[in-house]
Structure formats: C-alpha cells, structure tokens
Design a protein around this ligand. Sequence first.
Ligand code: L14
Length: 331
Amino acid sequence: MNKPNLAIVGATGLVGSTFLKVLEELDFPFDHLYLMSSAKSSGKIITFKGKDYTVEELTEHSFDKPIDIALFSAGAGVSRQFAPIAAKKGVTVVDNSSAWRMDPQVPLVVPEVNPQDISWHKGIIANPNCSTIQAMVALKPLHDRYRIRRIVYSTYQAVSGSGLKGIADLEEGLKGKDICRAYPHPIAGNCLPHIDVFLENGYTKEEMKMVNETKKILGDDSIRVTATTVRVPVFASHSESINLEFEKPFELEEVRRILENAPGIVMQDDPAHNVYPLARDAAGKNEVFVGRIRRDFSAENALNLWVVADNIRKGAATNTVQIAQLLLKES
Ligand code: L14
C-alpha cells in the first residue's frame, strides 16, 4: 500500500478540513481521494492540492469503491453505524470519535506511545480523546522510566473542541452577546467544569474518557487516575495541569532530559524568562508542549507538569494522519 485510496468521512467539519491540511503538510501519498459527509453538506466543492473534489453523501454503498484507508470524524453515531460497514469491505478505518475507543477489539493508538498496537487491528483503529493524546505523549517516557502509580489531571479546554458552534459562542460572547449554542452557560468570561455529559458517578464523560483511555494506552490497569475537565474561554489548544506520583524516585534534571529527548515533545520551561507552554503559541502546531516541570513536595516521588497542544491538530487530525502513516509503513 504505497499509494492508498483514501476516504475522509466528515470532510466539511473542523477536524475534517484539518485532516486535509495535515495530509498536505506531511505530503501523505495517495492515489484516489473521496470526501464524504452527511446529506446536508454533500455537493460542496473542496479544493485539495490544486484539484476540485465534490463532497459525496455517506451511504451504505460509499465503501463499495476500492478504498484502503478511511479517516472518520463525523461523530460517534456515524462511526458506530458506518465504520463496521467499511471494515467489512476491507477498508481500514481510523476513527476520531469516542464510539470504538474502549472496545477490546479496537486498538487505541498514539504513534509516539504504542505504535505496536496497530498490528492487531481488525479493520478499526481508534484515535484517543484529545485531552488524553497530549497527556500520553508527555507521560509515556516518564512511565517507562519511573512507573506512574497515580495521575491527577486538571484540564483547561478550548472551545474548538465543540466545533464551529463553540467558536461562535465565544466570539459572540466576547462582543457582549451571550449565546449558548454549544454550552448550557455563557463561555466568555467563564470556566465551565462540564465537558460532554454527566455520568452517574458524578464525573463527566470527558473525565472518564481520560481515566479509561490512559490505562488502555499505557497498557496498565493498575495506574490510579482522576480528572477534572474544564471548558475555558480559549479558542484553540487544550492546556493541562498534570500531577504524577511515581513508584521510583527521580531527579528533576533527568526528568527534563527524558522529556527533551522524547518524540513529539517541545520543551518550554524557562520560568525566569516567562517561558512556558501557551495555548495561543501551540495553536496550529502538531507537537505537544511541556513546561512548569517541578517537584510536588506534598507527596513522595511526585511531579507537576503543564502540557499544551492544539486539540484539533495533535488532539485529533494530526494523530489520526500519523496512525495512517503507520499503516503505510506496516503494509
Ligand atoms: O471524545 O473539547 O472526541 O469538547 C472531542 C471534543 C471530547 C471532547 C471526543 C472537546 C470529544 C472534546
């Protein structure tokens, strides 16, 4: 498969259009490209690499064509219905929704962390939740060296995670007009401790995604994880405070060296010069930015980190395209 036929499902959405940008930037090889969407957006013309493509409506017959890889980002409902249809016809689906992530038959992959897991896919590979992906890139090399026993995540998540509606809510709110299309409360000037729906245990679904996906990706059920996920009035990039407890003792200098040399990470940690990861600087980039690295004096072998990445890039489109790159290498 050195020049696969590609399909993009959800091509007109925020992540879908970023798939195209990233495919072009990474010079992803392909033969035919098919753009698909709901009936509502079908018929649109999208120019990609100088060629016009008409967006076609996704139907049960969309995968009768010889498609090798399909990148899905059209919501969990669409993925639940159409990913198995595609997989049955021999397509390898890389799915950005939450539909298949915790299915034991489906690998959940961050290429810097567990690339080996794509080898056991049965037609569907899941792209993790945006907040989980950026955390995994930073935590995996530390887990390998010191063994993580407990994680406390606190997130500060951008409105782009809610798509164009979230962006419009913040834009209008900043002009003094409170609209609540994406959220139950105004987002401008606010912090909403509420992402995705509430569950019976008092957590939100977003929080439980971070808890469960972390264990699956690191392949270690014994790690204790808790999370509080918060929507903040930021357009792009999720920021995360991460508190870690390790089994083994560590030296800060070595932690810095490990993170500096880890794939996919850019260190920004020079507080004396006001240098630390910032959402606005990370926006539009493919890397994960790490800083504010310091010992947590309140517990044994404990560490604090500040981790920022563009949630639509590394948190969604970039990671999905990188999984597709692994598929090319493997075949
Ligand atoms: O699980 O910031 O893929 O609202 C993507 C958007 C999680 C929430 C997912 C956000 C969702 C995220």
